[in-house]
Design a protein around this ligand. Structure first.
Ligand code: ADP
Ligand code: MG
Length: 228
């Protein structure tokens, strides 16, 4: 009986997911349909702009599907020994460009020594990127610094992403990792759900501390014994 209840709950979760993704994908589809119709009816001078919008919306729909799949993935991805510092290095040019564009700065506070961990580099880069993007977006309207920190402890390795952004009200904290939960007009609400999935697949945890009006810190913790 208990198994049955669990199965029902799982099914309804799948149902909820299906409903949300349907809704998310329908928005760009509606925009694309509208603009293709305009292209047929209107004079050719606006076509370049319409093409751009259609392409952007197609990319957006594609991005939502990719994020959703990576969030829903449960099987263990291929992992090899890697240093968090190397992954941060790889992402830095991208992050710096993003920060510069918004008039924000990035600071690194990295551990002196970083052990190798068994990681899927692609996934962990995605996780770091999602956390950093959120931090930069939270500082959009202000001046601020994004701090990327690492710490190596006897049993764990920690990665922290801290911002001086608008912070998160307490009552919102528990919904943050829900798929499709977003407070942004252009958000997908899949970034943190993806981060959680990635951390958990690596046997890690994520915690968040936030002070509304002052900033937010996300901490990802990995077991050092999972190292290679
Ligand atoms: P998205 O960025 O598409 O909205 P996410 O899953 O990445 O989706 O984040 C979900 C929500 O969590 C955001 O819309 C925002 O309200 C909140 N959030 C995430 N990171 C931060 C942060 N660093 N500072 C403030 N709010 C945040
Ligand atoms: Mg995000």
């Amino acid at each position: 009986l208990q198994g049955e209840a669990e199965r029902m709950e799982r099914l309804s979760l799948v149902g909820q997911m299906a409903a949300s993704i349907t809704h998310e994908i329908r928005n760009p589809m509606a925009v694309i349909r509208g603009f293709i119709q305009l292209m047929r009816e209107r004079s050719p001078e606006n076509q370049r702009e319409y093409f751009r919008i259609v392409m952007d919306e197609l990319d957006r729909a594609n991005g939502i599907i990719n994020d959703f799949l990576s969030m829903a993935q449960t099987r263990l991805s291929e992992r090899s020994p890697a240093s968090l510092h190397d992954l941060i290095d790889d992402l830095l040019p991208l992050l710096m460009a993003d920060a510069n564009m918004r008039g924000l700065t990035i600071e690194l506070e990295l551990a002196d020594e970083m052990p190798l961990l068994l990681l899927n580099a692609k996934e962990i880069k995605q996780l770091i990127l999602n956390l950093c993007r959120n931090g930069l977006e939270a500082m959009e309207e202000r001046k601020g610094t994004l701090r990327i920190r690492t710490r190596a402890m006897p049993a764990h390795v920690e990665l922290q992403v801290a911002d001086d952004g608008h912070g998160i009200p307490r009552e919102r904290l528990e919904r943050l990792f829900e798929p499709f939960f977003t407070t942004k007009t252009q958000g997908t609400g899949l970034g943190l759900a993806m981060c959680l999935g990635i951390a958990e697949r690596h046997g890690g945890t994520i915690r968040v501390e936030s002070e509304p009006g002052a900033g937010t810190t996300f901490t990802v913790r990995f077991d050092r014994s999972a190292g290679g």
